[in-house]
Design a binder for this molecule. Sequence first.
Ligand code: ADP
Length: 281
Amino acid sequence: KGAKNAVKDLSTGIHRGELQNKKVTAAVIDATFTVEDAEIFVVMGLSGSGKSTLLRMLNGLLPPTDGSIRIGDAELGDLKGKALRELRQQRLSMVFQHFALLPHRSVLDNVAFGLEIRGLTKEERREKAREAVEMVGLSGWEDKLPAQLSGGMQQRVGLARALAADTDILLMDEAFSALDPLIRQEMQDQLLELQKSLGKTIVFITHDLNEAMKIGDRIAIMRDGRVIQIGTAEDILLRPADEYVSEFIADVDRSRVLTAESIMEPAKLADTGEFATVGAD
Ligand code: ADP
């Protein structure tokens, strides 16, 4: 990150600094938060604000140059090779915007894909995949190819694959952003239902504030590589951290988030538990 020497290039909004005499571009400069167990934690910000980079760091794909990331008791930076792969397999699943489905494999095979490395028999893999297909409402479509499915259904397959992996944490990167508005809302509703029944811990990235407000237990707002506010939808609407956030929330349909009661007595920030911490000075 080179945070110490980072200066903001106002023309591009990109942070640059000198780190060990190398020119670096800092994508994430300050992001400190704890995601609680079974929480939907939304990271929201404009394109280029650092959300995907942050998620790749949480997923152990990109080691931060400074700061630390903990998944439960494990410090990601301390894990290498097999140990890192095992932690990622056991605890983390990704859901991508463009589904990342294999075009020549059936729905069921796509969902079962990735389970091979977990030492399950073929029948166990198919059984787990069938359960996940049912969870996302795609029973009966197991033998179809991705191209025979609508975009919304393909995204359900992507979600089913992450559910089949049976990890407690889902990392979702603009997972619904490619979908039509109505289908997108259906997927948001389904995610909330799945979350209620399965109790997954979800880190969900979006550039859509309405989506963030609808599904997030808490929302972190990123700007130019920094988390500038963390709070519930009410917190953010009632007490925006600065002018930037105020402007951001100007167009939000407040009636969907705020009740008369919450305006009188705003919800308090939830106590932070120990789960995953991303820190940077
Ligand atoms: P977001 O997901 O919010 O759109 P990103 O994390 O993709 O933001 O990007 C944050 C910043 O880092 C952007 O300015 C982007 O151009 C830059 N960036 C992302 N990935 C790379 C990379 N591999 N090399 C150089 N710059 C990158």
